[in-house]
Design a protein around this ligand. Structure first.
Ligand code: PAF
Length: 282
């Protein structure tokens, strides 16, 4: 496994791989790798014969009062895990390599970012699309893999790829969960033992919504109210949003008469967690 820290070397290695006829899959990450990242990598390996991962905690996608500084980092552990799944190249640039002095370009997806996390994290998705666009230009993948836990991120990146005619296939991988149902996230490391049962309220509320729909409730507001009530029963929780929306446009839906997305963002203590599920009438 090769570790590359500069843009120039990464681009020339990617060029050489392409010239040799290889297909490249990219899994962009911010490190502190866990099983869900490894699953993205396994999917990458099935779709391409060269697997590149990037490890870069991207400062431009964090707001001024967010956790950029304390975001968990474990480069040594990450390299070991990447090796264990057969990653070919780890691209781990320092911040100055990605954002040298004078940097001033932003890639912005307009409408999809004006819902859900985009409302409570202004500028977040601009940071994500800008860095992902750069990572695509640097690692030159044929395929890129993202988790469906970050549903809006996946939608925004897919839109960017479509709108900018990037010749890259985007693959979304279903959310990987801990044994107790909590969606895997590097931020789960912040949760204390006593907060953990409250963190499970997210998954429980997705199940509740499914159950209500199964019993015939199609009024989105009624389901949102029930979900909010369930979450609020749990200590340490503060709801950012509970939304039932169109899975393509992310616009709010009143009635679930077609496929809908239930998306949640909840703070448990200081830890902001997200989760989601597609709701379908059986
Ligand atoms: O999902 C993440 O870890 C990040 O948002 C990404 C896609 C690596 C961009 O920094």
């Amino acid at each position: 496994m090769k570790i590359i820290e500069t843009v120039r070397e990464m681009q020339s290695v990617a060029d050489a791989m392409r010239s040799a006829g290889h297909t490249i899959a990219l899994v962009p990450t911010m490190g502190y790798l866990h099983e869900a990242h490894l699953e993205l990598m396994r999917v990458g390996k099935r779709h391409a014969n060269k697997l590149i991962i990037s490890i870069f905690v991207n400062p431009t996608q964090f707001g001024p009062s967010e956790d950029y500084e304390r975001y968990p980092r474990d480069p040594e552990g990450d390299l070991e895990k990447a090796r264990s799944v057969g990653v070919d190249i780890v691209f781990m640039p320092p911040v100055e390599e990605m954002y040298p002095e004078g940097f001033q370009t932003t890639v912005k997806v307009e409408k999809l970012t004006q819902h859900l996390c985009g409302l409570s994290r202004p500028g977040h998705f601009d940071g994500v699309t800008t860095v992902v666009c750069k990572l695509f230009n640097i690692t030159k993948p044929h395929i890129a893999i993202f988790g469906q836990k970050d549903y809006q991120q996946l939608a925004v990146i897919s839109r960017m790829v479509m709108d900018l005619n990037m010749d890259i296939q985007i693959i979304g991988v279903p959310t990987v969960r801990e044994a107790d149902g909590l969606a895997m996230s590097s931020r789960n490391a912040y949760l204390t033992q006593e907060q953990r049962p409250s963190a499970l309220s997210l998954k429980k509320s997705l199940e509740l919504a499914d159950e209500m729909l199964r019993k015939g409730e199609t009024d989105a507001k009624a389901i949102v109210r029930a979900v909010e009530a369930l979450i609020k029963e749990h200590p340490f929780t503060e709801i950012d949003y509970v939304s039932i929306c169109d899975p393509v446009t992310l616009e709010d839906m009143d009635r679930i008469d077609q496929e809908a997305l239930l998306a949640l963002a909840v703070k448990v203590g200081h830890t902001r967690l997200i989760d989601n599920q597609i709701l379908k009438r059986k």
